[in-house]
Ligand binder design. Sequence first.
Ligand code: PLP
Ligand code: KYN
Length: 409
Amino acid sequence: MTDAATLPSRARRLDAEDPLARYRARFIGHDDPAVPAYLDGNSLGRPLAASVQRVQELMVEQWGGRLIRGWDEGWLELPAQLGDELGRTALGAAPGQCLIADSTTVLLYKLIHAALSARPGRHRVVIDRDNFPTDRYVLEGIAAERGLELDWLEVPYDGGADVELVRSVTGDQTALVVLSHVAYRSGHLADMRAITEAVHDTGALVLWDLCHSVGVVPVELDAWEVDLAVGCSYKYLNGGPGAPAWLYVRRGHQQLTQPIQGWLGSEDPFGMGQGYSPAAGIRRFASGTPPIIGMTAIADMVALIGEAGIGAIREKSTALTQFALEATDALLAPHGVVLASPRNPEQRGSHLTIDHPAFRKITARLWERGIIPDYRNPNGLRLGLSPLSTGFEEVYRGVSAIAEELAGD
Ligand SMILES: Cc1ncc(COP(=O)(O)O)c(C=O)c1O
Ligand SMILES: Nc1ccccc1C(=O)C[C@H](N)C(=O)O
């Protein structure tokens, strides 16, 4: 049992010994006294200072200077180029399988349809009950549209999908399974490799949502034979509010087609001919004009992930959530706070959810103090710890402020 009195000195020591600590200074606002603890990097990551310059260059030199010529001079290739970089640094994906585009919601729509068309004789789809709302809503909509049956995976409140659960709801009628790698609420980290294999044993495809794991949990999409994946870029990829999402389509599935038949996914966009014919390769999963400004900051974070190394990032992420857990046990459990995330660090991503009936009320007071966790209905606070921008003392300041607010409640 951690002694509460030792937490501040332990936090200082962990910061002093942290091999990634020097990267914190690269983020805007990391030392802002008005925000003593930013614990919401899993909703919106901080901006990198490098991105200010990159956006400025884009606007002044490329956009302002080159004008429409910019499209011929590289913009059109950026979604696939940046996708390749992301694949290399964070996803274990060889080039030609990732693309930056649209939002996660739209990519889910495209890839669910694409996958279902690959399994025409099967009429059941699976998703977990606690998946992020957009994943559930999109799948529910498509199931209704295509006359499919939905099988719900009932996951434990403080856990998530595992192989046994997946096996219990899949069979020879299952066309597709849609799961999150790290659960948005509990933070549970699914065994992507084993579950993908179990789904394949039934002949179905699997679509993984990596919103809460990309950039913090290493994955090997190629080696684990993942079919399809999507993720956003505004959490641990620090792309900024509304930055575009990304998709992965395994090379062997790139004969699939998607339903939003836009000109930039066609074989010859500037031929502007009659009738849609999809491009070869990953580009067929694009639809409209790529958001060039919106994807600019992602490039800086992808480069930083490459520099720091995804393995080292995962180590710090685990150390941060472990320290947050110890601080929670020591400072918050006495107030009746309950952990709603896995205790085993191997089974969780980079955030913890903790529950208490007073959390709805005290969140506003915390935000006013610049202590910024996320509130999640009905009783949850999420502590999202972004390994390259969050420090251990920052975690301590956050958890002790929560304890103060609970004590004063
Ligand atoms: C697991 C997951 N999927 C999807 C989304 C959101 O999708 P979109 O970027 O389309 O809003 C989020 C968070 O916003 C998420 O956590
Ligand atoms: N995109 C957002 C826009 C506004 C507020 C929050 C978000 C989030 O990303 C929420 C996050 N996906 C979650 O797991 O709760």
